[in-house]
Structures are given as C-alpha cells and as structure tokens.
Design a protein around this ligand. Structure first.
Ligand code: FES
Length: 121
C-alpha cells in the first residue's frame, strides 16, 4: 500500500468514516478505498476519550496489521498488534514497544470526531 500523502485513493478531509458508536471503547475498525490501481487502508482505535487513526501498513515490512482476523488490538485491548510478526504499538502515538521494529512508529492518519461521527481530519 502507498503510504505517501499523495495516494489518489486516500479519502479527502471531512470524509465520514462511521458513527462514533460503531467503534467500541476500547476497540478498532478498519477502512479501505481504491482508486484505479491505488489502494488506501487505514484504521481507527477508540479508547476512552481518545480516537486515533493510522495507516494499515506496518513500519516493519509494510504488511496490513490486522491480518485475516480483522483485529487491530491485543486481547487485552491495550496495544495495537501487527499480525505479521507480532510487533506491538502504543495506541496513543503508534510507537513500537515490542517486536522487530523498535524505534519505528505507525503512520499517522489524522481523524476527528464531529457531531458523533468519526471523520478524516
Ligand atoms: S510486518 Fe508487522 S511486525 Fe512484521
């Protein structure tokens, strides 16, 4: 997946992703768009008052994080887990705290909550 900001499949700011209530707290939800040959995949994580978004591309090898299970969080819902090689990332800032890419971070995908909906910021 292209991680650059000029990816033509990247949804425009203001695009509504879903209702806030569709994402449990703590919980996560993934989104995908295609434009020609380009694809954009991102996900949001909600935990208490925090709602953050990241590209669905692991900084280790570029694989999607959720894998076939469709899950982005650990069973404890306290960290983001990459299904590829089990890297763990902090929900708050995407920093890798365990696994094969120490010092790396998930690629931020800014989102916001407006009128009860999660939108691309
Ligand atoms: S691709 Fe995510 S840990 Fe390797």
């Amino acid at each position: 997946m292209r991680t650059d900001p000029d990816n033509p499949a990247r949804p425009a700011p203001g695009t509504v992703l879903c209702a806030l209530d569709e994402v449990p707290s703590p919980g996560s939800k993934g989104f995908r768009w295609r434009e020609g040959d380009a694809m954009f995949a991102g996900f949001v994580v909600r935990k208490d008052d925090l709602v953050v978004g990241y590209l669905d591309s692991c900084p280790h090898a570029g694989w999607p994080l959720a894998g076939f299970a469709g899950r982005y969080l650990t069973r404890e819902n306290d960290l983001i887990l990459c299904a590829g090689h089990a890297a763990l990332f902090k929900i708050e800032d995407g920093a890798c705290v365990a696994g094969p890419c120490p010092g790396d971070k998930l690629f931020a995908w800014p989102v916001a909550v407006r009128d009860g909906q999660i939108v691309v910021a």
